[in-house]
Design a protein around this ligand. Structure first.
Ligand code: F6R
Length: 608
């Protein structure tokens, strides 16, 4: 999604802005721009395309001198990607420059009002409305103009604002779109995400909804929408700059796949104490856990897929009924949340607009909300009743890998804890399950070691047109993720099907040579899935099977078999996902796709 960076200090702003924006590239964008005040006026450069185009245009920032500025990478929502629609946007006299993340929902109404007062618009964006509206309200006091704009606009926004007649101050404001302020000895920064400021500082203030930051070279003050000053505490970011850089790997996705053993161990280990599962953050008494009547899991994309897996595990182990829904459906379908329903929101970024809206709705309806989130201090983490953090570290590649794996672990922990408290597993079973859990990091490590074998296989399928992923039960949940991984980074059409559903329609698409990836890790379902494999084979499919070590029977009906080491039947997704991730990765490379930044996608989907 769009990225914002701003700087005020002693150094030249433009190179810092370009560098900061480069750290936000992973969010996805189609154009970029910067605006810098040169001591007399605000100068601006913006261009459609990659940041490289903007760097060349500005000679790495040299053509825009000055030590206060704002920058933006845009992911088009209102108005096509183009130079003119790129941010920053000016008011007519070019004395106010604005960068914006989010969507101003009532922009057409405001635009009409401003046009009737003689304002002229040059772009198709909702953001330009903010620049002109600030101009409309500006009578020499920026803070007053900003609060008036906040009262007038509806929707979501993170804004960075420059006023040329107030050139010693940078303004920032947010509502439902993330924004942070970084305090450094060499000046202060704003950004839509932490990696953009990490090179300069680890001291960060998280701006809350409807808060305004007024930032000078040496100082910063925070206000609410009534212009009352607020006291805020800074947070120290613990993770390293290197954690957000490639560290010798060709792509972030590859690096992050290799970080999975650590992400899994870091999420698991702090919650295992003396052979027991201890989740202090859960904030639930045993009575409260026993009183849960239903769990409603809500998330988007891959996070939703971990929710689908969790349904099988929570129902199987803790015997609690679970419903799973995608957030964009849940929020508009007038759901029923009866008393005793625990709502779980899963999100890597903690900023996904639909998931955040679902969280707020669930809270309004009186449900307790538990969030499983990776980004500390993100909106979902802050607004949930309790948070179970996945400790995967910063995930940069658009396609999630390590956060997905860490989310699975969070679900296992919850399921085992609930099962223990509700007495649905014996002590003996529980300790066996915990032993299996502890082995997962090294088993993932082992599977990552098979990289070359999978690369060879992937090379044969680089030109595939359609790929089908099939499985039953938990294997169906992993099929969903395998299929999404493949299509999002390789642009190959792919579908996931519950294997038993094939003959109700999809099997008509299978023809000579169609690749079918069969997930066969659930022992009690082997026979059933194998009969589906036979069905596609007899129609000419080429079958790649992913199954448990020892299930050599499958080889009779598969063209290629990948084995995963033994684990409990509830945990197989954590292992089966590894070859599927590697397969998608190598197909994507083979097709020359932009693995880390697939077209049309954004890392953090902060708009609907
Ligand atoms: C796919 C992927 C997305 C996200 C989805 C939710 O690889 O990463 O499908 O899972 O956009 O994002 P978060 O988890 O940030 O809410």
């Amino acid at each position: 999604m769009c990225g914002i960076v701003g700087y005020i200090g002693e150094s030249q702003a433009a190179p810092i802005l370009l560098d900061g924006l480069s750290k936000l590239e992973y969010r996805g964008y189609d154009s970029a721009g910067i605006a810098v005040y040169d001591g007399d006026k605000i100068n601006m450069s913006k261009a459609k395309g990659r940041l490289k185009v903007l760097s060349e245009l500005t000679h790495d920032g040299a053509t825009l001198p000055g030590s206060i500025g704002i920058g933006h990478t845009r992911w088009a929502t209102h108005g096509a990607p183009s130079d003119v629609n790129s941010h920053p946007h000016f008011n007519e006299s070019q004395s106010i420059a604005v960068v914006h993340n989010g969507i101003i929902e009532n922009y057409l109404k405001i635009k009409k009002m401003l046009e009737s007062k003689g304002y002229k618009f040059v772009s198709d964006t909702d953001t330009e409305v903010v620049a002109h509206l600030l101009d409309y309200y500006y009578k020499g006091n920026p803070l007053e103009a900003i609060t008036k704009v906040m009262h007038r606009v509806e929707g979501s926004y993170a804004l960075g604002i420059l006023f040329s007649d107030n050139p010693d101050t940078l303004y920032a404001v947010r509502k439902d779109s993330p924004l942070i302020v970084g305090k450094s000895e060499n000046g202060n920064l704003i950004a839509s995400d932490v990696p953009a400021v990490l090179k300069y500082t680890r001291n960060v203030y998280f701006i809350e909804n409807e808060e305004i930051a007024v930032i000078t070279k040496e100082d910063m003050k925070f206000y609410n929408v009534y212009e009352e000053e607020l006291q805020k505490e800074s947070v120290k970011i613990e993770w390293d700059v290197e954690a957000a850089e490639k560290g010798g790997y060709e792509h972030f996705m590859l690096k992050e796949m290799y970080e999975q053993p650590k992400a899994v161990a870091d999420t698991l280990n702090p919650r295992l104490k003396d052979g027991k599962i201890v989740i202090e953050e859960l904030n639930m008494t045993e009575e409260e856990i026993k009183a849960i009547k239903k769990i409603m899991i809500v998330a988007c994309g891959s996070a939703y897929h971990t929710g689908v897996t969790a349904k099988y595990i929570l129902e199987g182990l803790a015997r609690i009924p679970v419903e799973v829904d995608v957030a964009s459906e849940f929020r508009y379908r007038n759901p029923i949340l009866e008393e005793g329903t625990l709502v779980i929101i899963i999100s890597q970024s903690g900023e996904t607009a639909d998931s955040l809206a679902a969280l707020r709705m669930a809270k309004e309806m009186g449900s307790k909300v538990l969030a499983i989130v990776n980004v500390v201090g993100s909106s979902i983490a802050r607004e949930a009743d309790s948070v179970l953090y996945t400790w995967a570290g910063p995930e940069i590649a658009v396609a999630t890998t390590k956060a997905y794996s860490a989310q699975l672990i969070a679900h296992y922990l919850l399921a085992l804890k609930f099962a223990e408290v509700r007495g649905t597993v014996s002590e003996e079973e529980l300790s066996e399950l915990i032993e299996d859990l502890k082995r997962i990091p090294e088993q993932i490590e082992m599977l990552l070691g098979n990289r070359e074998k999978i690369q060879k296989f992937a090379n044969r399928y680089v030109a595939a047109r359609d790929v089908f992923f099939i499985g039953r039960g938990i294997d169906y949940a992993i099929s969903l993720e395998g299929s999404l991984k493949l299509k999002e980074i390789s642009y190959i059409h792919s579908e996931a099907y519950a294997a038993g559903e094939l003959k109700h329609g999809t099997i008509s698409l299978i023809e000579d040579g169609t690749l079918v990836v069969a997930l066969v890790t659930q022992e009690e379902l082997y026979k059933k899935t194998i009969s589906n494999v036979v069905e596609v084979k007899t129609r000419g499919a080429f079958v790649l099977s992913v199954t448990n070590t020892g299930n050599t029977e499958i080889e009779k009906n598969s063209d290629y078999t990948i084995y995963i080491p033994h684990t409990n039947k509830y945990f197989t997704n954590s292992l089966a996902v590894i070859p599927l991730q590697l397969f998608s990765y190598y197909i994507s490379i083979g097709r020359g796709c932009d693995v880390d930044k697939p077209r049309n996608l954004a890392k953090s989907v902060t708009v609907e």
